[in-house]
Design a protein around this ligand. Structure first.
Ligand code: SIN
Length: 301
């Protein structure tokens, strides 16, 4: 079976990506990265950021909350020190970009356009910043403006990572599609609050983003809804721990999947998801992913 998936100008060897913020830049585990469809980098901003104060991670029975706050080296250092190394990876490299104004997204795309990276994941969904992030992603007209600007500044593949925090992602996915996005990723983490034993906020950033298995039913719901509303491909994300989860996302309408929180526990998780998918595809004599993608609706659900 041909395992490749194409989104925009980018063809991926398989449909499994390492999600942003959970696999660094793919350089710590190149043997894993090289066998994935691709790696999405930690979010990159124009200026370096130290991120939020600790603690930044809080575990709960259904997953974790993170409050990283977009810590990253900034685009210049990323281009000079990181990109020369990610360019040697055998998988696709998607750069997650985050701006604090609409214009900053355009500047980031323009700066990175000449670099040897494959695609952009436009982050309009970070829950851990006071400006930009999910606040942008809650407004379809802002999503449209950001996507339009990025689209103007690059011919590379543009995938917009959406939020489902207090917004219907159908509206923002349509806005991204109308502005020329090649695809959408959904969903980013959901807003959350964890308290310590004294009833005080546990995370240094006060609130965080919820990820892990607890997210999966809602993420699937969003993928299913958005798949019925837009034509551009969806990259499904939210609590994927194994290949059965990944197939669920394809069945709901995603063409690709991202493994995030699972990689924090087991750096080989994304590779294990892909190995399980391959095995299942062979066992069921699949001839193409289109047999699975969107079958939840085809089966009358
Ligand atoms: C963070 O850095 O706070 C998380 C990034 C994101 O959720 O987009």
């Amino acid at each position: 079976m041909n395992t490749t998936v194409t989104i925009g100008r980018t063809t991926f060897a398989n449909p499994v990506l390492a999600a942003s913020g959970t696999f660094e830049f793919g350089l710590k585990f190149p043997a894993v990265a090289n066998r994935l469809g691709g790696v999405v980098t930690k979010a990159i901003t124009l200026q370096p950021r130290v991120g939020n104060p600790p603690p930044r991670i809080c575990e709960f029975p259904g997953g974790i909350l993170n409050s990283v706050g977009l810590e990253n080296p900034g685009v210049e250092k990323f281009c000079t020190e990181v990109v020369p190394r990610t360019a040697k990876l055998k998988c696709r490299v998607l750069v997650n970009i985050a701006g604090f104004t609409v214009e900053e997204y355009g500047e980031l795309a323009a700066r990175l356009d000449s670099e040897p990276v494959d695609a952009f994941e436009v982050n309009v969904s970070c829950p851990n910043v006071r400006e930009g992030g999910a606040l942008f992603g809650q407004q379809p007209q802002v999503v449209e403006a950001i996507t339009t600007l990025v689209r103007r500044r690059t011919a590379k593949t543009v995938i917009v990572k959406l939020t489902a925090n207090f917004v219907d992602p159908v509206e923002t996915a349509k806005a991204a599609e109308a502005a020329g996005a090649d695809g959408v990723t959904l969903i980013n983490t959901l807003f959350g609050l964890a308290l310590d034993e004294n009833g005080r906020p546990f995370l240094g950033g006060r609130t965080g983003g919820v990820s892990g298995p607890a997210l999966k039913p809602f993420a699937l719901f969003c993928v299913d809804r958005v798949a019925a509303a837009v034509k551009i491909p969806i990259v499904g994300c939210g609590g994927i721990m194994d290949s059965a989860d990944a197939f669920d996302f394809l069945s709901a309408g995603a063409r690709m999947v991202q493994v995030g929180t699972a990689s924090l526990v087991n750096p080989e998780a994304a590779l294990e998801v892909w190995a399980g998918m391959k095995e299942c595809a062979a066992k069921n004599r699949l001839t193409g992913w289109e047999q699975i993608v969107g079958r939840a609706r085809r089966r009358g659900g």
